[in-house]
Design a protein. Structure first.
Length: 440
């Protein structure tokens, strides 16, 4: 992780100046931005709607408006704003800097996001190693990546605050220090915070130290994993497929797992085997995924459709074809998404046509989540026919608005979602502003 020199945050002011110059030269844009900057959304909404209907609201002006909304929301709801900015941090450094200048939890969260962007001074962050505030101590722990920081990093592994431990484990992923092995092994077994525990496991695997002992540790973990520990077991099975753990006993554990019942962890292992090209286990991995599609739970079927490498072939392809004509409409749409990437040219075209049929809005079911899912799939494929349907969803319920925003971003038509910048719900406004600044 490269680190920003102390003077570099000031570079962000250049963007603010550029925006000011743009606004100064566009009276209409300046008026809209003024409303957004004041949070006068009732006045902004009809003007944005009219501009969208006229088709003359471009990407650049939409981005300027998005920054204006973010600046207002940063002042009105710091904590909610910084949570939203996590998904678009690279495009919202100026807003994050404003929040990070404070001394509350939101400031610490913003500083963490800037640190991940290499846009926060490490020396300043390290000053908080002994801070009594958990958030700022976590920012300091996240910087402990270098070899010389090992002792402080391992001390942070057992900090009373979960967010500090999580930050230290994330630092350990980057450090890949063999001296962390014993402390990480202990954390994998005993860390009470699920996300921190999973991160500790990933740090352990990333280090690739003492593979035989790591495989034995993960084997025992998988054996006694409870329902709440399924994500941890999934990571363990994924690690078994990776070198050097595959050669140190992981292969045998995968074979054994594939021969037993279908579970999310064994599915994760099978997917890793196929992605990594482990030819010796390709047949049993494919067989397990096929069993998951045919007989697995809804969660397991969704897992396979979402994560298994495409195109599907053989038994997997046949199982997807069965689902594509199922009366279970959500499952059929998932299957058609796979078939659109698999089989012959004619088979792919047929799957795409059937997806379009599912995507068409029906007057009697305007909130149909299956149609929304189909529209989202088609938008990711740049099928422009769905744009008008997505724009219709901008006037739907909250779920429809979020789906429409995502679809328009996928179509590279994010400016068409600009009316949501004036939505009555803060979460919708923030998500829209974030999407607009992230896309440019």
């Amino acid at each position: 992780m490269q680190r920003l020199p102390p003077y570099a945050p000031g570079i962000q002011r250049i963007r603010a100046l550029a925006i000011a110059v743009f606004l100064g030269g566009t009276g209409c844009g300046s008026a809209l931005s003024g409303l957004a900057s004041r949070g006068d959304y009732p006045a902004l909404a009809p003007k944005l709607g009219a501009r969208q209907a006229a088709g003359d609201l471009g990407d650049r002006e939409a981005r300027v408006l998005a920054h204006a909304v973010l600046r207002y929301e940063v002042g009105a709801a710091r904590k909610e704003a910084v949570s939203a900015l996590a998904s678009c941090a690279a495009g919202a450094e100026e807003e994050l800097e404003t929040i990070a200048a404070g001394d509350d939890d939101a400031a610490a969260d913003a500083a963490m996001l800037l640190l991940e962007l290499d846009a926060y001074v490490v020396g300043k962050a390290r000053e908080h190693l002994q801070d009594t505030r958990d958030g700022f101590r976590a920012v300091a722990a996240r910087t402990l990546e270098s070899d010389g920081a090992g002792a402080d990093r391992r001390k942070a592994f057992v900090d009373p605050a979960g967010r500090v431990r999580l930050a230290a484990f994330r630092a350990a992923i980057e450090a890949a220090d063999p001296e962390d092995y014993l402390a990480l092994s202990e954390a994998v077994l005993k860390e009470p915070l699920p996300l921190a525990r999973t991160t500790a496991l990933r740090a352990l695997v990333r280090g690739r130290h003492t593979p035989e002992a790591t495989v034995a540790l993960l084997r025992d973990l998988v054996k006694r994993a409870q329902k709440a520990e399924i994500p941890l077991a999934e990571d363990a099975y994924t690690a078994f497929a990776q070198s050097p753990f595959y050669e140190a006993g992981g292969r045998e554990l995968l074979e054994r797992g594939f021969a037993n019942e279908v579970t999310p962890p064994t599915i994760a292992g099978a997917i890793a085997v196929l992605r990594l090209g482990r030819d010796a286990l390709q047949a049993p991995a494919t067989a397990l995924l096929t069993r998951a599609l045919r007989d697995g739970s809804e969660r397991e079927q969704r897992f396979v459709y979402a994560a298994a490498p495409r195109p599907f072939a053989g038994e997997l392809f046949a199982a997807a074809k069965v689902h594509a004509v199922s009366t279970d409409r959500p499952l059929a749409v998932l299957a058609l998404g796979v078939l659109a990437d698999s089989g012959t040219t004619a088979e792919r075209a047929d799957a795409l046509d059937r997806l379009i049929a599912y995507a068409k809005p029906l007057p009697e079911a305007p909130r149909d989540p299956v149609a929304r899912a189909a529209r989202g799939d088609l938008a990711r494929r740049k099928v422009m026919a769905v744009q008008q349907w997505l724009e219709g969803d901008l006037h739907g319920d909250t779920a429809a608005k979020f789906a429409a925003l995502s679809g328009l971003v996928s179509l590279d038509r994010s400016a068409r979602a600009a009316p949501l910048l004036a939505d009555g719900e803060r979460s919708v406004r923030l998500a829209t502003a974030c999407a607009l600044v992230r896309e440019h």
